[in-house]
Design a protein around this ligand. Structure first.
Ligand code: MRU
Length: 366
C-alpha cells in the first residue's frame, strides 16, 4: 500500500500533549504521568535540576519523551542562568548534561539528546555563529524543537513501515507504554503501526499487560488507546503466556529504551518473557524504535539496567501489598537477545537479522 506521509498527518491528529514548551517565558510544561489516568495535571519547570528530577520521578517517562525533555532541560540551563559570557554558558550546559544524564541510566535517547544539544552549542560558540546569550538560547530552542519534530516524523515513518506487519483483524501484544505519552508526540513507537492501521480503516486491536510496578500498561496505554477509539484489552502481566498460547496474539510489538548494534533490545521488564514465548510459539516479535534509541558502541556488559526503589514493589500506588521488611529486587528493564527478535522497525526501514551487519547498513552509519 502506497501511503503519503502528508495525508497521514491529516488522518492522525494526536490529542495528547505530554510535553509543551512555552516560548514567552521559556518554561517546560510536562503532563504528570504519575497521576494518569485519573487526573491531568501539568508541572512547570525552569531549570535543569528540576527537569532531571522530573525524569527520575517518572513525571515524564519513555525513552524518546525523556530525550525531548532533556533537550529542553539543556535550554533551561542557559535560558534562566546569570551567565555573562558564551564560555560560561557552555560550562552551564556541561553541568546540566551531567545532571540530566544521571536521571535514569538505561534510555539511550537521554544521552543522545543531551550530547546533541551540547555539541550544537559548542559548534555555534566556537565557530562564532552566535554572538550573545540570547542568540544561543534561540538556537538551542530551535534544536530542541527539531528533536521533537524529527521524532514525530520518525514515528509516522515507523508506523508506515510497521503497517507491513499488520493484517486486517490482527491483535498486537505490547508491553508497558510505548505510545504517545512515552515519546511526547502523541503517536508512539510500538503504537505507531497500530495508529496508522486504525487511521486507514484496518481493524486492529491491542492487548496491554498491566506492567507492574508502575502500571504503565494499565494506566497509560489503556488511557491513550481508549481516548483514540482503538480497541484495547487489559491483562495481568501473568496472563501473557496464556493469551499467546490461546492464539489471541498475531504479533508482539514493543518499544525500546536502547538497541545495540548486534540486536540486543533493552525495554521494560517483562519484554524478554514475551519474546521467548513468542519465539517458542512462532509469533513474530518486533521492537520499534527511532535511530536515536540505537547505541552502536556499547556491548551488553556496558549497559546498566535501572533498579528502582523497593517500595515500588512493596506497595501499589502507596498502598502496602506485602510485609514492610521484605527484601525486594526491582529491575525495571530487561534485555532480549537478538535470536528472539524477528525484526527491528525504525524510521529508516525494517532491519532483519543478521543485525550486526544490517543495523549499521539500514541506519546508514557503516
Ligand atoms: O520506565 P519507563 O516507563 O520509562 O519505561 C518505558 C519503556 O520501557 C518503553 O517501552 C520504552 O521507553 C519505549 S517508549 C516509546
Amino acid at each position: 500500500m502506497r501511503i503519503d506521509l502528508e495525508e497521514l498527518k491529516n488522518k492522525i491528529k494526536p490529542k495528547l500533549r505530554p510535553i509543551i514548551w512555552r516560548d514567552e517565558d521559556n518554561t517546560l510544561i510536562l503532563l504528570d504521568q504519575r497521576k494518569l489516568p485519573f487526573e491531568e495535571v501539568y508541572v512547570e519547570l525552569r531549570d535543569p535540576v528540576s527537569t532531571a528530577d522530573a525524569i527520575k520521578q517518572m513525571i515524564v517517562r519513555g525513552a524518546p519523551a525523556i530525550g525531548i525533555t532533556a533537550a529542553y532541560g539543556m535550554v533551561l540551563a542557559v535560558a534562566h542562568s546569570n551567565v555573562s559570557s558564551l564560555e560560561e554558558a557552555l560550562n552551564e550546559l556541561s553541568k546540566a548534561r551531567n545532571v540530566l544524564n544521571a536521571a535514569r541510566p538505561t534510555a539511550q535517547n537521554l544521552f543522545w539528546a543531551t550530547n546533541r544539544m551540547y555539541n550544537k552549542a559548542e559548534q555555534l560558540i566556537h565557530n562564532g555563529y552566535v554572538k550573545s546569550i540570547k542568540e544561543l538560547v534561540d538556537e538551542l530552542k530551535a534544536e530542541a524543537r527539531a528533536i521533537f519534530d524529527e521524532e514525530f516524523e520518525a514515528e509516522l515513518k515507523m508506523g508506515v513501515y510497521g503497517l507491513e506487519k499488520i493484517s486486517d483483524g490482527d491483535t498486537i501484544l505490547t508491553q508497558c507504554n510505548a505510545g504517545g505519552l512515552a515519546t511526547g508526540t502523541g503517536i508512539g513507537t510500538a503504537t505507531a503501526p497500530v495508529r496508522v492501521a486504525h487511521a486507514l480503516g484496518i481493524r486492529v486491536s491491542v492487548i496491554a499487560p498491566e506492567t507492574r510496578p508502575w502500571l504503565q500498561g494499565a494506566r497509560l496505554t489503556v488511557y491513550e488507546l481508549m481516548a483514540d477509539g482503538i480497541p484495547v484489552t487489559l491483562i495481568t502481566d501473568t496472563a501473557v503466556g496464556y493469551v499467546m498460547y490461546k492464539g489471541m496474539v498475531s504479533s508482539v510489538m514493543v518499544g525500546a529504551d536502547r538497541i545495540l548494534r548486534d540486536g540486543h533490545v533493552y525495554n521494560k521488564i517483562g519484554t524478554f518473557k514475551e519474546a521467548v514465548i513468542a519465539h517458542e510459539l512462532g509469533i513474530p516479535f518486533y521492537a520499534i524504535a527511532p535511530s536515536s534509541t540505537f547505541d552502536l558502541k556499547s556491548t551488553v556488559n556496558d549497559v546498566k539496567i535501572e533498579e528502582r526503589d523497593p517500595d515500588e514493589v512493596r506497595k501499589i500506588r502507596g498502598v502496602p501489598i506485602t510485609l514492610e521488611g521484605v527484601r525486594v529486587f526491582n529491575p525495571v528493564f530487561d534485555v532480549t537477545p537478538p535470536k528472539y527478535v524477528t525484526a527491528l522497525i525504525t524510521e529508516k526501514g525494517i532491519i532483519y537479522p543478521p543485525f550486526e551487519k544490517n543495523v549499521p547498513k539500514v541506519l546508514g552509519v557503516e
